[in-house]
Design a protein around this ligand. Sequence first.
Ligand SMILES: [Zn+2]
Length: 281
Amino acid sequence: MRRGGRLLPGLLAAVACAALSACAAPPAETAPPSAAPETPAPIAETAPIASETPEIVRCVVIDPGHQRYGSAEQEPIGPGAAETKARVTGGTTGRYSGIPEYELNLQLGLQLRAILEARGYRVVMTRTDNDVDLSNAERAALAAEAGGDVLVRIHANGSDDPAANGAMTICMTPESPYNSALYPQSYALALSILDALTARTGCRREPVWETDSMSGINWSTIPVTIVEVGYMTNEREDLLLATDAYREQAALGIADGIDQYFAALSEEAARGAAGQTGGGA
Ligand SMILES: [Zn+2]
């Protein structure tokens, strides 16, 4: 199902972030080693080990958006692009909480890492500190080099309209001049995270925004999405995001969406395999 539309006018004001790219991952199949078939047979034999599909460990790269000091130096917004943008900015700031976005993004990213690791993922962070100097293009490159299957960029929104609230996710358009081949998977990732995030937190659901204006998405060579977890310019949402408890729900929702994305990939792979062996007709 695809509910996401293209960009909503209202949102624009908001997005204070840029996105990076992602990675593609092989379906992670965990075939639980079937308990050794208990044969009535006596002890003797070494029962042949049931052939098992090796477990695939998926790698999620988390990019907590921004950093303490932005860098106004320019970089192309995508491979071969004439247009440039600041390498990285400082992001927005909680109008009521006073918390800088780069700090919120890092805290949420670390909570997400803990949840994903507990669920068996390999997790790589583009940064674990606010005092770094990493451009959006560099973050995308780092995600691919790390062997990431997907790149999840964590951001929070801002708007001139204090009433604006809710979560959205972002990916490239199907016509992206940079990495359109990653659109189907990136869109699927963006959609499943948005659904699960809004289900967990109960926040308003904005659409999946498809745009080719985000350097971090454009430079990505693996499936990628930006998660705008809420508006730091909305009093209620800003103050909620400042609490560990709400961020934990948001992190759980993002993790659920990632689970669902990989589960769908695995199902697709299984169907593909079944189709192949099915042969004929
Ligand atoms: Zn941002």
